[in-house]
Design a protein around this ligand. Structure first.
Ligand SMILES: [Zn+2]
Length: 371
């Protein structure tokens, strides 16, 4: 095993494996030990394979703080299938140990399974102007580890109830409102990416906005609104995403409810939309991140604990939701859906979808980190 340009001291800034030159003198056929940091895991693995590595171990970077997912076992993705060598992830502590062991001999044995399965998005449309289609989306699948009630039974149920109420109240939307129950989100945004991939340039222009609701009933919640204008995190959505954010902010303000921004980082089904210049926005009540004291002061709940301690776990059951925040979010979902369903002006003033693309540099593909 050979460590590749790792940095275990100071700030542990790492470009390990990102450049071919990192592998200068790399013994052919060795296992490459690579540190997380700077570039995508897929690039690190491809560089290692090209330089003759027989396998890759990617260990966590150990650079920020333990709460920030930089020390534990890497929960990564190579983005797509096709790596020619085995690639595994491990924690910073183990990586540090391996790197410090001179002349270490290792074997990497992987048992993997690859299978193609058929799956479906479920899509229901109202009548209304097709050239101003409003897509209200939530993913219907869960991870294999658990039933996925907060992630994402909560969002799916909330948009389903919104659709039912529109029908029961006899509301006739001005703009075609498309309720989309995405499949395959947890496997890499597969359903929503497929949907967007099937749109012609004309179809994209005919999409006014995408509203996305993924995890809206977390048991230790914060009322997060996607940072459409980039004001908090720098990565702004396509033109019009600021308008979507404003609709949510105005609504919560009218209810006397505090909110906090959450980064447009590509972590859910709006990704394909903002990549194609379609304005987007949505709500989120938190996943594996840790609630800060400041957040607990504003939103209640428990500081130092995850927003959702059962994120992607078997315990994400019907008891893993906060019914109060679910109600608040469901009302905001109904409000925003109706706002864009009924508006007679375009979301971004004069134009529609296909405006400027997102300025985001996406760190995620679905729920797995790309780098
Ligand atoms: Zn989700």
């Amino acid at each position: 095993m050979t460590a590749v340009d790792v940095n275990l001291s100071g700030d542990r800034a790492s470009t390990s494996g990102c450049e071919a030159s990192d592998f200068t003198g790399f013994p052919d056929g060795n296992i490459a030990l690579i540190q997380r940091g700077t570039c995508d895991f897929a690039l690190k693995a491809a560089n290692a394979a090209a330089e003759g590595a027989s396998a890759v171990i990617i260990f966590n970077q150990g650079d920020v703080n333990p709460a920030d997912d930089r020390f534990g076992v890497v929960n990564g993705t190579l983005g797509e299938a096709g790596s020619t060598i085995p690639v595994v992830g491990t924690s910073f502590a183990i990586g540090e140990q391996l790197a410090a062991t001179e002349g270490l001999e290792m074997r990497v044995a992987l048992e993997t399974h690859e299978e193609t399965v058929e799956t479906f998005n479920v899509i229901a449309d109202t009548a209304g102007r097709a050239d101003r289609t409003v897509v209200v989306g939530a993913h219907l699948d869960s991870v294999a580890e658990g039933p996925g009630i907060n992630d994402n039974g909560s969002g799916s149920a909330a948009i389903l109830e919104t659709a039912i109420q529109i029908a029961e109240l006899g509301i006739e939307p001005t703009n075609r409102t498309r309720f989309a129950f995405w499949s395959g989100e947890e496997d890499g945004l597969i359903g929503s990416d497929y949907y967007v991939s099937q749109l012609s340039a004309r179809d994209i222009k005919d999409h006014a906005v995408n509203l996305n609701f993924d995890m809206v009933a977390s048991p230790n919640p914060v009322r997060f609104v996607y940072d459409g204008d980039g004001g908090a995190f720098g990565a702004e959505g396509p033109n019009g995403s600021d308008t979507v954010e404003d609709v949510f902010l105005a609504y919560f303000a009218s209810q006397g409810l505090a909110t906090a921004p959450t980064e447009f980082d590509g972590r859910s089904d709006y990704f394909g939309f903002i990549e194609n210049g379609i304005p987007a926005g949505g709500l989120f009540t938190g996943a594996e991140g840790i609630k800060s004291q400041e957040e607990a002061d504003v939103f209640g709940g428990t500081a130092g604990r995850p927003y959702d301690p059962c994120y992607h776990a078997a315990c994400d059951t019907i008891t893993n939701i906060d019914p109060v925040v679910l109600e608040q979010m469901a009302d905001a979902i109904a409000h925003s859906t109706l706002t864009f369903a009924m508006t007679t002006s375009a979301v971004k003033g004069t134009a529609k979808g296909s405006g400027g693309k997102s300025t985001g540099d996406f760190a995620f593909k679905g729920n797995h980190s790309k780098r």
